[in-house]
Design a protein around this ligand. Sequence first.
Ligand SMILES: *Cc1c(COP(=O)(O)O)cnc(C)c1O
Length: 399
Amino acid sequence: MTDFNAQLAVELAALRKADLLRELRRVESPAGTRACLGGRELLNFSSNDYLGLANHPALKEAAVCAAKKFGAGAGASRLVCGSLAVHHELEEALAAFKGAEAALTFSTGHAAALGAITALLDRGDLLILDKLVHACIVDAAKLSGAKLRVFRHNDLNDLEAKLKWAAKQRSAVSGQRPARTLIVTESVFSMDGDLAPLRDLVELKERFGAWLMVDEAHATGLFGKRRSGLVEEFGLTGRVEIQMATLGKAVGAAGGAICGSRNLIDLLVNRARSFIFSTAPVPAAAAAASAGLKVIESSEGEARRERLWLLVEQLKRVLIEASFPPPAVRAPIIPVAMGAEARAMRFAESLRKAGVFVPAIRYPTVARGAARLRFTVSAEHTAEDLAALAKALGGIANG
Ligand SMILES: *Cc1c(COP(=O)(O)O)cnc(C)c1O
Protein backbone atom coordinates (compact mmCIF):
# COMPACT_ATOMS: atom_id res chain seq x y z
CA MET A 1 0.00 0.00 0.00
CA THR A 2 2.82 2.45 0.75
CA ASP A 3 4.30 1.88 -2.71
CA PHE A 4 0.84 2.24 -4.29
CA ASN A 5 0.18 5.64 -2.73
CA ALA A 6 3.77 6.80 -3.22
CA GLN A 7 3.55 6.11 -6.95
CA LEU A 8 0.28 7.96 -7.30
CA ALA A 9 1.70 10.89 -5.32
CA VAL A 10 4.55 11.19 -7.82
CA GLU A 11 2.06 11.31 -10.70
CA LEU A 12 -0.13 13.90 -8.97
CA ALA A 13 2.89 16.07 -8.20
CA ALA A 14 3.89 15.98 -11.88
CA LEU A 15 0.40 17.12 -12.89
CA ARG A 16 0.53 19.97 -10.40
CA LYS A 17 3.97 21.02 -11.61
CA ALA A 18 2.70 21.17 -15.21
CA ASP A 19 -0.35 23.28 -14.17
CA LEU A 20 -2.54 20.35 -15.23
CA LEU A 21 -3.87 19.20 -11.85
CA ARG A 22 -7.66 19.18 -11.70
CA GLU A 23 -9.66 19.42 -8.52
CA LEU A 24 -13.36 19.24 -7.80
CA ARG A 25 -15.07 22.37 -6.55
CA ARG A 26 -18.03 21.73 -4.31
CA VAL A 27 -21.09 23.69 -5.42
CA GLU A 28 -23.84 24.23 -2.86
CA SER A 29 -26.46 25.72 -5.18
CA PRO A 30 -28.69 24.42 -8.00
CA ALA A 31 -27.70 24.75 -11.66
CA GLY A 32 -28.10 28.36 -12.73
CA THR A 33 -26.38 31.65 -13.39
CA ARG A 34 -25.12 31.78 -9.78
CA ALA A 35 -22.89 29.14 -8.24
CA CYS A 36 -22.32 28.96 -4.51
CA LEU A 37 -18.69 27.85 -4.04
CA GLY A 38 -16.85 27.77 -0.75
CA GLY A 39 -19.47 29.98 0.90
CA ARG A 40 -19.28 32.61 -1.87
CA GLU A 41 -21.80 33.30 -4.59
CA LEU A 42 -20.15 33.56 -8.01
CA LEU A 43 -21.60 34.65 -11.31
CA ASN A 44 -21.52 31.48 -13.39
CA PHE A 45 -20.35 31.51 -17.01
CA SER A 46 -19.31 27.86 -17.10
CA SER A 47 -22.43 25.74 -17.58
CA ASN A 48 -23.71 23.97 -20.71
CA ASP A 49 -27.28 24.51 -19.51
CA TYR A 50 -27.70 26.97 -22.39
CA LEU A 51 -31.46 27.39 -22.19
CA GLY A 52 -31.61 27.43 -18.40
CA LEU A 53 -33.72 24.26 -18.22
CA ALA A 54 -31.73 22.26 -15.65
CA ASN A 55 -33.55 24.02 -12.82
CA HIS A 56 -36.80 24.66 -14.71
CA PRO A 57 -40.02 23.90 -12.77
CA ALA A 58 -41.48 21.77 -15.58
CA LEU A 59 -38.42 19.48 -15.66
CA LYS A 60 -38.22 19.19 -11.88
CA GLU A 61 -41.92 18.41 -11.68
CA ALA A 62 -41.59 15.73 -14.38
CA ALA A 63 -38.63 14.17 -12.52
CA VAL A 64 -40.56 14.11 -9.22
CA CYS A 65 -43.66 12.60 -10.85
CA ALA A 66 -41.60 9.89 -12.59
CA ALA A 67 -39.83 9.00 -9.33
CA LYS A 68 -43.20 8.73 -7.58
CA LYS A 69 -44.74 6.64 -10.35
CA PHE A 70 -41.78 4.42 -11.40
CA GLY A 71 -39.45 4.60 -8.39
CA ALA A 72 -35.99 6.02 -7.85
CA GLY A 73 -34.21 3.36 -9.90
CA ALA A 74 -35.07 1.33 -13.00
CA GLY A 75 -34.06 -1.97 -11.38
CA ALA A 76 -32.21 -3.55 -14.29
CA SER A 77 -30.89 -3.00 -17.77
CA ARG A 78 -33.39 -2.15 -20.48
CA LEU A 79 -33.21 -5.66 -21.98
CA VAL A 80 -33.87 -7.34 -18.64
CA CYS A 81 -36.82 -5.50 -17.09
CA GLY A 82 -35.79 -1.84 -16.99
CA SER A 83 -37.39 -0.72 -20.27
CA LEU A 84 -39.96 1.51 -18.63
CA ALA A 85 -42.66 3.51 -20.36
CA VAL A 86 -40.78 6.74 -19.55
CA HIS A 87 -37.80 5.57 -21.63
CA HIS A 88 -40.02 4.67 -24.58
CA GLU A 89 -41.86 7.98 -24.36
CA LEU A 90 -38.55 9.85 -24.42
CA GLU A 91 -37.30 7.87 -27.41
CA GLU A 92 -40.51 8.45 -29.36
CA ALA A 93 -40.26 12.17 -28.63
CA LEU A 94 -36.59 12.25 -29.62
CA ALA A 95 -37.18 10.46 -32.92
CA ALA A 96 -39.94 12.92 -33.84
CA PHE A 97 -37.83 15.89 -32.70
CA LYS A 98 -34.82 14.79 -34.77
CA GLY A 99 -36.88 13.71 -37.79
CA ALA A 100 -35.56 10.15 -37.48
CA GLU A 101 -37.35 6.80 -37.67
CA ALA A 102 -36.20 5.83 -34.19
CA ALA A 103 -34.02 6.73 -31.22
CA LEU A 104 -32.21 4.94 -28.43
CA THR A 105 -31.17 6.54 -25.15
CA PHE A 106 -28.14 5.79 -23.00
CA SER A 107 -27.20 6.86 -19.46
CA THR A 108 -24.74 9.44 -20.82
CA GLY A 109 -23.59 10.89 -24.10
CA HIS A 110 -20.26 9.23 -23.44
CA ALA A 111 -21.96 5.82 -23.30
CA ALA A 112 -23.94 6.60 -26.47
CA ALA A 113 -20.75 7.29 -28.43
CA LEU A 114 -19.02 4.18 -27.11
CA GLY A 115 -22.03 1.99 -27.77
CA ALA A 116 -22.80 3.22 -31.28
CA ILE A 117 -19.28 3.27 -32.70
CA THR A 118 -18.22 -0.09 -31.30
CA ALA A 119 -21.53 -1.65 -32.43
CA LEU A 120 -21.00 -0.53 -36.01
CA LEU A 121 -17.26 -0.95 -36.51
CA ASP A 122 -14.82 -3.78 -36.13
CA ARG A 123 -11.23 -4.53 -37.01
CA GLY A 124 -10.94 -4.05 -40.74
CA ASP A 125 -13.38 -1.12 -40.79
CA LEU A 126 -12.20 2.47 -41.24
CA LEU A 127 -12.87 5.38 -38.97
CA ILE A 128 -12.12 9.00 -39.83
CA LEU A 129 -12.38 11.66 -37.12
CA ASP A 130 -12.18 15.43 -37.06
CA LYS A 131 -9.09 16.38 -35.05
CA LEU A 132 -11.19 18.16 -32.39
CA VAL A 133 -13.90 15.57 -31.66
CA HIS A 134 -14.80 14.93 -28.04
CA ALA A 135 -12.83 12.47 -25.90
CA CYS A 136 -15.72 9.97 -25.90
CA ILE A 137 -15.39 9.56 -29.69
CA VAL A 138 -11.65 9.03 -29.33
CA ASP A 139 -12.27 6.41 -26.63
CA ALA A 140 -14.82 4.68 -28.86
CA ALA A 141 -12.37 4.72 -31.76
CA LYS A 142 -9.73 2.94 -29.68
CA LEU A 143 -12.19 0.42 -28.35
CA SER A 144 -13.63 -0.39 -31.79
CA GLY A 145 -10.31 -1.61 -33.17
CA ALA A 146 -11.11 0.07 -36.50
CA LYS A 147 -8.28 1.57 -38.54
CA LEU A 148 -8.15 5.22 -37.64
CA ARG A 149 -7.30 8.42 -39.45
CA VAL A 150 -7.73 11.99 -38.17
CA PHE A 151 -8.39 14.93 -40.51
CA ARG A 152 -7.43 18.52 -39.79
CA HIS A 153 -10.21 20.38 -38.04
CA ASN A 154 -13.02 21.22 -40.51
CA ASP A 155 -10.60 20.73 -43.43
CA LEU A 156 -12.51 19.14 -46.33
CA ASN A 157 -9.41 18.68 -48.49
CA ASP A 158 -7.72 16.73 -45.76
CA LEU A 159 -10.90 14.72 -45.21
CA GLU A 160 -10.98 13.89 -48.91
CA ALA A 161 -7.40 12.65 -48.73
CA LYS A 162 -8.36 10.39 -45.81
CA LEU A 163 -11.42 9.12 -47.72
CA LYS A 164 -9.19 8.20 -50.64
CA TRP A 165 -6.96 6.29 -48.24
CA ALA A 166 -10.05 4.51 -46.87
CA ALA A 167 -11.27 3.58 -50.36
CA LYS A 168 -7.91 1.96 -51.09
CA GLN A 169 -7.98 0.02 -47.81
CA ARG A 170 -11.52 -1.08 -48.45
CA SER A 171 -10.83 -2.58 -51.84
CA ALA A 172 -8.06 -4.67 -50.27
CA VAL A 173 -10.39 -6.28 -47.70
CA SER A 174 -12.31 -9.48 -48.42
CA GLY A 175 -14.34 -10.09 -45.28
CA GLN A 176 -17.84 -11.46 -44.72
CA ARG A 177 -19.36 -8.04 -45.24
CA PRO A 178 -17.95 -5.01 -47.06
CA ALA A 179 -15.56 -2.94 -44.93
CA ARG A 180 -17.25 0.19 -43.58
CA THR A 181 -16.00 3.76 -43.55
CA LEU A 182 -17.42 6.00 -40.84
CA ILE A 183 -16.70 9.72 -40.46
CA VAL A 184 -17.41 11.28 -37.06
CA THR A 185 -17.62 14.98 -36.36
CA GLU A 186 -19.36 17.38 -34.01
CA SER A 187 -21.76 19.97 -35.38
CA VAL A 188 -20.87 22.64 -32.80
CA PHE A 189 -17.41 22.00 -31.36
CA SER A 190 -17.46 21.82 -27.59
CA MET A 191 -14.31 23.76 -26.76
CA ASP A 192 -14.11 26.08 -29.78
CA GLY A 193 -17.74 26.96 -30.44
CA ASP A 194 -17.30 26.77 -34.21
CA LEU A 195 -19.48 24.83 -36.64
CA ALA A 196 -18.71 21.91 -38.97
CA PRO A 197 -19.30 22.50 -42.71
CA LEU A 198 -21.98 19.82 -42.65
CA ARG A 199 -23.40 20.34 -46.16
CA ASP A 200 -20.04 19.86 -47.83
CA LEU A 201 -19.23 17.02 -45.48
CA VAL A 202 -22.40 15.19 -46.46
CA GLU A 203 -21.72 15.64 -50.16
CA LEU A 204 -18.20 14.34 -49.74
CA LYS A 205 -19.16 11.26 -47.73
CA GLU A 206 -21.89 10.43 -50.24
CA ARG A 207 -19.39 10.66 -53.09
CA PHE A 208 -17.15 8.15 -51.30
CA GLY A 209 -19.89 5.85 -50.00
CA ALA A 210 -18.91 6.56 -46.40
CA TRP A 211 -21.25 6.93 -43.41
CA LEU A 212 -21.49 10.00 -41.20
CA MET A 213 -22.09 10.34 -37.46
CA VAL A 214 -22.71 13.86 -36.14
CA ASP A 215 -22.41 14.57 -32.42
CA GLU A 216 -24.90 17.37 -31.74
CA ALA A 217 -24.14 17.68 -28.02
CA HIS A 218 -23.87 21.47 -28.24
CA ALA A 219 -26.38 22.08 -31.06
CA THR A 220 -29.44 20.17 -29.82
CA GLY A 221 -32.00 22.70 -28.61
CA LEU A 222 -30.28 25.64 -30.30
CA PHE A 223 -30.27 25.30 -34.09
CA GLY A 224 -32.91 24.59 -36.71
CA LYS A 225 -36.55 25.61 -36.98
CA ARG A 226 -37.57 22.87 -34.55
CA ARG A 227 -34.37 23.56 -32.61
CA SER A 228 -33.27 19.95 -33.02
CA GLY A 229 -29.76 20.80 -34.21
CA LEU A 230 -27.51 21.80 -37.05
CA VAL A 231 -28.38 18.73 -39.15
CA GLU A 232 -31.93 20.07 -39.25
CA GLU A 233 -30.84 23.68 -39.81
CA PHE A 234 -28.79 22.63 -42.85
CA GLY A 235 -31.66 20.51 -44.22
CA LEU A 236 -29.66 17.29 -43.93
CA THR A 237 -32.09 15.15 -41.94
CA GLY A 238 -32.22 11.78 -43.69
CA ARG A 239 -28.75 12.17 -45.19
CA VAL A 240 -26.84 11.70 -41.93
CA GLU A 241 -26.76 8.04 -40.90
CA ILE A 242 -26.18 8.58 -37.18
CA GLN A 243 -27.36 11.61 -35.21
CA MET A 244 -26.03 11.75 -31.67
CA ALA A 245 -27.44 14.04 -28.98
CA THR A 246 -26.80 14.60 -25.33
CA LEU A 247 -29.60 15.33 -22.90
CA GLY A 248 -27.52 17.00 -20.18
CA LYS A 249 -26.78 20.28 -21.95
CA ALA A 250 -29.49 22.45 -23.50
CA VAL A 251 -32.09 19.73 -22.81
CA GLY A 252 -31.43 20.26 -19.10
CA ALA A 253 -31.51 16.65 -17.88
CA ALA A 254 -29.01 13.78 -18.34
CA GLY A 255 -28.29 11.07 -20.86
CA GLY A 256 -27.23 10.47 -24.42
CA ALA A 257 -29.14 9.48 -27.53
CA ILE A 258 -28.59 8.01 -30.96
CA CYS A 259 -31.21 8.79 -33.60
CA GLY A 260 -31.48 7.26 -37.07
CA SER A 261 -33.11 4.47 -39.02
CA ARG A 262 -35.13 1.70 -37.40
CA ASN A 263 -32.44 -0.77 -38.44
CA LEU A 264 -29.73 1.31 -36.77
CA ILE A 265 -31.65 1.37 -33.49
CA ASP A 266 -32.52 -2.35 -33.66
CA LEU A 267 -28.87 -3.16 -34.26
CA LEU A 268 -27.77 -1.00 -31.31
CA VAL A 269 -30.23 -2.78 -29.01
CA ASN A 270 -28.42 -5.99 -29.98
CA ARG A 271 -24.84 -4.83 -30.19
CA ALA A 272 -24.20 -1.64 -28.19
CA ARG A 273 -22.48 -2.97 -25.09
CA SER A 274 -22.78 0.26 -23.08
CA PHE A 275 -26.56 -0.04 -23.57
CA ILE A 276 -26.94 -3.79 -23.06
CA PHE A 277 -24.70 -4.21 -20.01
CA SER A 278 -25.82 -1.17 -18.04
CA THR A 279 -28.77 -0.45 -15.78
CA ALA A 280 -31.41 1.72 -17.41
CA PRO A 281 -31.25 5.45 -16.62
CA VAL A 282 -33.30 6.47 -13.58
CA PRO A 283 -36.92 7.26 -14.48
CA ALA A 284 -36.52 10.84 -13.23
CA ALA A 285 -33.78 11.54 -15.78
CA ALA A 286 -35.81 10.21 -18.71
CA ALA A 287 -38.92 12.12 -17.68
CA ALA A 288 -36.95 15.34 -17.16
CA ALA A 289 -35.43 14.98 -20.63
CA SER A 290 -38.90 14.50 -22.17
CA ALA A 291 -40.08 17.62 -20.35
CA GLY A 292 -36.98 19.48 -21.57
CA LEU A 293 -37.78 18.58 -25.18
CA LYS A 294 -41.36 19.82 -24.68
CA VAL A 295 -40.12 23.19 -23.42
CA ILE A 296 -37.62 23.43 -26.29
CA GLU A 297 -40.35 22.75 -28.85
CA SER A 298 -42.74 25.27 -27.30
CA SER A 299 -42.92 29.02 -27.87
CA GLU A 300 -41.14 29.37 -24.53
CA GLY A 301 -38.27 27.39 -26.04
CA GLU A 302 -38.13 29.76 -28.99
CA ALA A 303 -38.17 32.79 -26.67
CA ARG A 304 -35.34 31.28 -24.63
CA ARG A 305 -33.29 30.62 -27.74
CA GLU A 306 -33.83 34.18 -29.01
CA ARG A 307 -32.75 35.54 -25.67
CA LEU A 308 -29.68 33.29 -25.66
CA TRP A 309 -28.48 34.60 -29.05
CA LEU A 310 -28.97 38.16 -27.85
CA LEU A 311 -26.85 37.45 -24.77
CA VAL A 312 -24.18 35.75 -26.89
CA GLU A 313 -23.79 38.96 -28.91
CA GLN A 314 -23.69 41.05 -25.74
CA LEU A 315 -21.08 38.77 -24.17
CA LYS A 316 -18.90 39.05 -27.28
CA ARG A 317 -19.09 42.84 -27.07
CA VAL A 318 -18.14 42.75 -23.38
CA LEU A 319 -15.11 40.59 -24.18
CA ILE A 320 -14.00 42.81 -27.06
CA GLU A 321 -14.31 45.93 -24.92
CA ALA A 322 -12.24 44.30 -22.18
CA SER A 323 -9.52 43.40 -24.74
CA PHE A 324 -10.22 39.68 -24.55
CA PRO A 325 -11.30 39.35 -28.20
CA PRO A 326 -13.25 36.15 -28.88
CA PRO A 327 -13.09 34.27 -32.19
CA ALA A 328 -15.99 34.62 -34.65
CA VAL A 329 -18.18 31.86 -33.24
CA ARG A 330 -21.89 31.27 -33.78
CA ALA A 331 -22.53 29.38 -30.58
CA PRO A 332 -23.04 30.04 -26.88
CA ILE A 333 -19.49 28.72 -26.35
CA ILE A 334 -16.99 31.55 -26.44
CA PRO A 335 -13.36 30.55 -25.97
CA VAL A 336 -10.76 33.18 -25.16
CA ALA A 337 -7.27 31.94 -26.03
CA MET A 338 -4.77 31.97 -23.16
CA GLY A 339 -1.94 29.81 -24.49
CA ALA A 340 0.03 28.56 -21.51
CA GLU A 341 -1.85 26.54 -18.91
CA ALA A 342 -0.46 28.66 -16.06
CA ARG A 343 -1.78 31.85 -17.68
CA ALA A 344 -5.28 30.40 -18.08
CA MET A 345 -5.25 29.30 -14.43
CA ARG A 346 -4.11 32.74 -13.30
CA PHE A 347 -6.86 34.55 -15.18
CA ALA A 348 -9.53 32.13 -14.00
CA GLU A 349 -8.33 32.65 -10.41
CA SER A 350 -8.42 36.45 -10.79
CA LEU A 351 -11.94 36.25 -12.18
CA ARG A 352 -13.02 34.04 -9.28
CA LYS A 353 -11.66 36.61 -6.86
CA ALA A 354 -13.71 39.22 -8.72
CA GLY A 355 -16.83 37.06 -8.29
CA VAL A 356 -17.02 35.37 -11.71
CA PHE A 357 -16.70 31.66 -12.39
CA VAL A 358 -15.22 30.76 -15.79
CA PRO A 359 -13.32 27.51 -16.28
CA ALA A 360 -9.70 27.36 -17.48
CA ILE A 361 -9.77 24.61 -20.09
CA ARG A 362 -6.48 22.76 -20.34
CA TYR A 363 -4.82 19.67 -21.74
CA PRO A 364 -6.01 16.97 -22.28
CA THR A 365 -9.38 18.61 -23.02
CA VAL A 366 -7.55 20.81 -25.55
CA ALA A 367 -4.00 20.60 -26.95
CA ARG A 368 -1.01 21.49 -24.76
CA GLY A 369 -0.29 25.21 -24.86
CA ALA A 370 -3.78 25.94 -26.25
CA ALA A 371 -5.39 26.60 -22.87
CA ARG A 372 -8.37 28.91 -22.85
CA LEU A 373 -11.09 30.48 -20.78
CA ARG A 374 -14.36 28.99 -21.96
CA PHE A 375 -17.27 31.37 -21.45
CA THR A 376 -20.72 29.90 -21.86
CA VAL A 377 -23.90 31.87 -21.63
CA SER A 378 -27.41 30.83 -20.62
CA ALA A 379 -30.82 32.25 -21.51
CA GLU A 380 -31.18 32.99 -17.78
CA HIS A 381 -28.34 35.51 -17.69
CA THR A 382 -29.35 39.16 -17.50
CA ALA A 383 -27.92 42.42 -18.82
CA GLU A 384 -26.84 43.14 -15.23
CA ASP A 385 -24.88 39.87 -15.16
CA LEU A 386 -22.99 40.93 -18.27
CA ALA A 387 -22.33 44.37 -16.79
CA ALA A 388 -20.92 42.65 -13.69
CA LEU A 389 -18.71 40.50 -15.91
CA ALA A 390 -17.50 43.60 -17.79
CA LYS A 391 -16.60 45.20 -14.46
CA ALA A 392 -14.70 42.10 -13.31
CA LEU A 393 -12.80 41.87 -16.60
CA GLY A 394 -12.03 45.58 -16.43
CA GLY A 395 -10.24 44.99 -13.15
CA ILE A 396 -7.91 42.42 -14.70
CA ALA A 397 -5.26 43.52 -17.15
CA ASN A 398 -5.03 41.25 -20.16
CA GLY A 399 -1.23 41.05 -20.07
C1 LIG B 1 -20.66 16.52 -23.21
C2 LIG B 1 -20.30 15.87 -24.49
C3 LIG B 1 -20.43 14.49 -24.67
C4 LIG B 1 -20.74 13.55 -23.54
O1 LIG B 1 -22.02 13.68 -23.08
P1 LIG B 1 -22.36 13.32 -21.57
O2 LIG B 1 -23.82 13.15 -21.55
O3 LIG B 1 -21.89 14.47 -20.75
O4 LIG B 1 -21.63 12.06 -21.24
C5 LIG B 1 -20.21 14.00 -25.93
N1 LIG B 1 -19.84 14.78 -26.96
C6 LIG B 1 -19.67 16.10 -26.80
C7 LIG B 1 -19.25 16.92 -27.96
C8 LIG B 1 -19.88 16.69 -25.56
O5 LIG B 1 -19.68 17.98 -25.40
